[in-house]
Design a protein around this ligand. Sequence first.
Ligand SMILES: Cc1cc2nc3c(=O)[nH]c(=O)nc-3n(C[C@H](O)[C@H](O)[C@H](O)COP(=O)(O)OP(=O)(O)OC[C@H]3O[C@@H](n4cnc5c(N)ncnc54)[C@H](O)[C@@H]3O)c2cc1C
Length: 470
Amino acid sequence: MADVLVIGAGPAGVVAALRAADLGKQTTLITRDEFGGMAANDGPVPVRTLAHAARLLRDSRQLSRYGIAVSEPTLDYPRLLERVREVVNEVRAHSVFREHLDRAGVTIHERAGTARFIDPHTIETERGLRLQADKVIICTGGISRRLPVPGFELTATHSDAWRLTAVPPSILVVGGGATGVQVASIFNAFGSRVQLFQAGPRILHTEDEDVSAAVAAAFRHAGIAVRENFGAIERFEQTPGGVRMVFAKDGQRDSTEAAVVVVAVGWVADAEGLQLAKAGVLTDARGYVQVDAYLRTSAPHIFAAGDITGRLMLAPQAIQDGFVAATNAVQGMTMPVGEQVNPIGSFTDPEYAQVGLTEAKARETHGILVAMVRFDSTTRTIIDDRTTGFCKLIVERSTHIILGCHIVGERAVEIAQVVSIAIAAGMRVDDLARVPLSFPTYAGILGRVAASATRQLNLAVKWQAHQVEE
Ligand SMILES: Cc1cc2nc3c(=O)[nH]c(=O)nc-3n(C[C@H](O)[C@H](O)[C@H](O)COP(=O)(O)OP(=O)(O)OC[C@H]3O[C@@H](n4cnc5c(N)ncnc54)[C@H](O)[C@@H]3O)c2cc1C
């Protein structure tokens, strides 16, 4: 019997297994498919590789503006998919986690098939492995939500989109969340005619409203047909050229069609095959595994970490969860999942990112001040001809603490990392304004926007070199 058995080798499971082994426990890690989980094999890594190709295409369009003559670039999609596979394999091969796990003596069973509970301490996998453990940590992640509408089987998920052998002439993306907007943006860059349909009033509904509006406007400008508030889907049906979606709004029936329809309407827990009831593990109303602040489930010896708990569905948060769950599984309830700063962003064109509170949320609980600097007014963005976007900073008036930052535009995700550190450190906005960020850089916009907030607050700013732009 192992001391600790971890199910699922995504970021949460890998770190949970490593932590348990580091704490001296005999640990086993099993996973249905490849090591690395969604993060390495089907999520950020392949998406980022395709987004990089999309960026290269858009960068190439600038060449003539900078006096460089080349012929029109063409996309060899099968070659690009080969590159995606190369990258995925390389990332997996260089995983430091794999090396550490091997060195820490963790027993790893990859491609073991779906694991399920036989009783609270026994797991069996599709491929016939039977394992017993004192403690179990469930890290099985999430999967695309399916819609209970006729013809749904004609639609694709983001995973199918990456596996297409050619760029489709047209693509309909249903769902304007983080995954949907990335699929739309990437295939638009590759030359598909893209429609992006969102049931709610705005795409990216968890982002600041200014971000949703700016990304939607930029998408429309780039030729994507963005339709918000489109109504409710009635059915999907096959057509000679692809798939038709029939939908209705306010009693009016309408339809649209495309060669490929990708549905990206959220995630559900990958818990179906686990037979959780046999272990006494409860799920919440949305189907995610219920956990307390220590990531312990309703069964006291079973913990859960990462996407399976249905909180923030991101790789860094899954990693932190894995560490916390394993610590508590081994040492008792010593480490709660703390409040943390969560930068979120996507590699669309334009990129967008957020950290901290949105303006609407901040207004509910704080007296705030908002400062904004547009990308068409900073030196680096003008040099690079990347002038679409803005950086918006939200500051608490009474304490001058930074509550949130929202960015649309080139390198938005990278800029958000810098603000995350400022927020995590509890920096006041006038402190941020005093940091001499390099000139001319994308992150330098933070100095501008912090200086603008500082001035609005009538605080003294000691001017630094980067504020030559002010
Ligand atoms: C298109 C896309 C883009 C994304 N982009 C980003 C991004 O840019 N940044 C970011 O931080 N996050 C991103 N994410 C989210 C990120 O991939 C997840 O948050 C992260 O992978 C969650 O880690 P996890 O360990 O909880 O689960 P996963 O990575 O999903 O790993 C779960 C593992 O458990 C295995 N498993 C499932 N059920 C069983 C079972 N019954 N038995 C055995 N094994 C099982 C699965 O095969 C899988 O290997 C993206 C996701 C998608 C889909």
